[in-house]
Design a protein around this ligand. Structure first.
Ligand code: SF4
Ligand code: FES
Length: 141
């Protein structure tokens, strides 16, 4: 299970899993008042509108960002999907939407919810997950 970093505005809590981030830049280009790479902490939820935060979190392509409403348990974490769907992103990873158990080469199983980005360029240093290296190698067009 990857480590969670959490940030809240008192109403909604943003959850960020660093290992899943493929540095798509979508969050900080879409909502720069909240997502500020280079700053510490890099997510500033305080004083920001819950609706805008949720709308942006739901656009994270890798599942690195999810959210839960404060007062709800971890089981209520949002951004899960009821069925599995696989998306071949242009020039990027395979993005699986939904709950899935991934059996890794060492025989261990990792349970994933929400979105998971799988490397299809072969260059990731964190296989089977995409780490954004496809942009550097450029083999996917
Ligand atoms: S993968 Fe998600 S968390 Fe990472 S930069 Fe893109 S939108 Fe932000
Ligand atoms: S597809 Fe992103 S690192 Fe390979």
């Amino acid at each position: 299970m990857s480590k969670e970093h959490t940030y809240t505005n008192g109403e909604v809590t943003i959850i960020w899993r660093k290992e899943r981030c493929i540095h798509s830049t979508r969050c900080w280009k879409g909502l720069p008042a909240v997502f500020q790479p280079g700053q510490r902490p890099w997510i500033k939820a305080e004083g920001q509108a819950t609706e805008a935060i949720i709308a942006q979190v739901e656009q994270c392509p890798s599942g690195a960002l999810t959210y839960r409403m404060n007062g709800e348990g971890a089981a209520e974490e949002r951004n899960d999907e009821a069925h599995v769907r696989m998306e071949v992103t242009p020039g990027g990873p395979l993005v699986l939407h939904g709950d899935v158990d991934v059996v890794l080469p060492d025989g261990s199983t990792e349970h994933r919810t929400g979105r998971s980005a799988f490397c299809r360029c072969g260059a990731s240093a964190n296989k089977p997950w995409c780490d954004g290296s496809h942009r550097r190698v450029g083999t996917l067009g």
